[in-house]
Design a binder for this molecule. Structure first.
Ligand SMILES: [Zn+2]
Length: 460
């Protein structure tokens, strides 16, 4: 079977007890994987040279020729691709832009970014892209322990979202029961479906998983743990990677299988996911997407060594409809390259922030996500939810950093000064910045199905 055909083999062996969805790819030694990546990179570049108006121009301007590429390092001769360029490209040639590289009659799916930071960017997929996407999701879900027979409830927003309906197609591909409940049903609707369908797995944002557990007694007259779920997983925001938040989710849902997930709409089929060890998320798709780290300020490549930090950029290796090269995601990672006991060979990572919401507090770089992680250590007295309050738009902030923290049910913000002091000391110890913590009552933060806003600007 060729490199391209083998992913259409849905079985990957039919044994439900096997630990990996695709053992050949998930446990491939790094050197062998590097060789697969180079081979695929060459054909992806040759494809773009003949199919993408957008990259033809970039190649020309950089004096770059696909045929000259002899190593993965040669890719560095090309400039980055940015979200702003994709927006421009789609305005110039709607709907999918000048970077669309497959004919319209071969496009079978579209998704879109949320558009919270500008006009949405639309992604297109051919049939082959859809298969790759399902393959990538299956690698993660199989690792979580999801198997044929499981009833998997999708609690993400379904409308246009890349983790919406595409996840349900992937669940079918895995052979489990796809339950497209969707965050649009709100907590009440989703909980009732979970009960009726005898759900065994939930995939959603961590805030929605937490909210569902909170609402279960009111909606169903029982604790969430009585539903009998075996797997709770998802991502889209910080949460499932924080051990204290995870312990709380394990408690309320009554299962030890709580797992984190990370991907980005434009990056598909790229996937990072926890294995059962849960020390960082594995890069599960190195054969489909090349991931590299750069210094977010200078754009220089950083070596992928244990402990390295940097913004990750990706290059599609096996995409037809709208492949991207050296695309800047804005996500800043810290990586681990030591072997993992699960046997997967893809490096592991933790997201430590966004290069575009990085704050500078008296010369020190602070990522709001890192502040939320610290607050997460104070469960269950807090809900783990926190927001940075700025006087005006960053990135420069005068200390102390104003951090609003939500108390849990039954904790009175007015008489919890010890908690307030403890969080302030922990932020100073872990992130080396002075913070002023403002405690707010339980329920003060809006519960949404999507992301909790990490920064709010409130002029004095
Ligand atoms: Zn592992």
């Amino acid at each position: 079977m060729s490199l391209n055909d083998e992913l259409y083999d849905l079985s990957h062996g039919n044994d439900p007890a096997r630990p990996y969805w695709n053992a050949a790819r998930e446990t491939m030694p790094p050197d062998a994987m590097r060789a697969v990546q180079l081979e695929k990179l060459k054909s992806q570049l040759a494809y773009l040279e003949t199919h993408s108006v957008f990259y033809q121009k970039k190649f020309r301007e950089a004096g770059f020729r696909a045929g000259d590429v002899a190593s993965i390092e040669d890719l560095a001769a090309l400039p980055f691709t940015t979200k702003a360029e994709l927006r421009e490209s789609q305005q110039e040639a709607p709907p999918f832009g000048l970077h669309q590289a497959a004919a319209m009659n071969r496009i079978v799916r579209t998704t879109a970014t949320s558009g919270t930071s500008g006009h949405p960017v639309y992604q297109a997929y051919t049939r082959k892209d859809v298969a790759r996407r399902s393959e990538s999701v299956c690698r993660g879900f199989w690792g979580y322990g999801i198997r044929p027979g499981d009833r998997v409830v999708n609690g993400f927003a379904l409308s246009m979202f890349s983790a919406g309906l595409p996840f349900n197609v992937a669940i079918e591909h895995l052979g489990a029961v796809s339950v497209p409940a969707g965050a649009e049903r709100k907590a009440e609707g989703v909980l009732k479906i979970m009960r009726d369908i005898r759900a065994t797995a939930l995939v959603s944002t961590p805030s929605f998983a937490s909210y569902l557990a909170e609402k279960a007694p009111e909606v169903l007259g029982c604790e969430a743990s009585a539903l009998g779920l075996r797997v709770v997983c998802g991502g889209g925001e910080s949460g499932f990677e924080i051990p204290s938040f995870r312990r709380e989710m394990e408690r309320v849902w009554g299962t030890p299988h709580v797992y984190d997930w990370a991907s980005a709409s434009d990056a598909h089929p790229n996937v990072f996911a926890h294995c059962h060890v849960r020390e960082g998320k594995h890069h599960l798709t190195p054969d489909l997407v090349l991931v590299e780290l750069i210094d977010p300020a200078t754009g220089e490549l950083r070596e992928m060594v244990d402990g390295a930090e940097g913004e990750y950029i990706f290059t599609h290796l096996d995409r037809e409809a709208c492949p991207l090269l050296r695309y800047r995601t804005g996500d800043v990672l810290r990586i681990r390259t030591t072997p993992c006991e699960c046997g997967r060979t893809g490096f592991r990572m933790d997201i430590i922030g966004r290069s575009d919401d990085m704050l500078i507090v008296r010369g020190i770089n602070v990522y709001p996500a890192a502040v939320v992680s610290v607050v997460g250590e104070f469960l269950p007295r807090t809900t783990g939810k926190a927001q940075i309050v700025l006087r005006d738009k960053g990135p420069k902030v005068q200390p102390p950093l104003h951090v609003r923290v939500e108390c849990n049910d039954g904790i009175d913000p007015g008489s919890a000064s010890d908690l307030q002091g403890a969080i302030e000391r922990k932020i100073r110890a872990d992130l080396t910045v002075a913070a002023r913590v403002e405690l707010v009552r339980f329920g003060a933060f809006e519960r949404t199905a999507t992301k909790t806003k990490l920064i709010t600007v409130e002029p004095a």
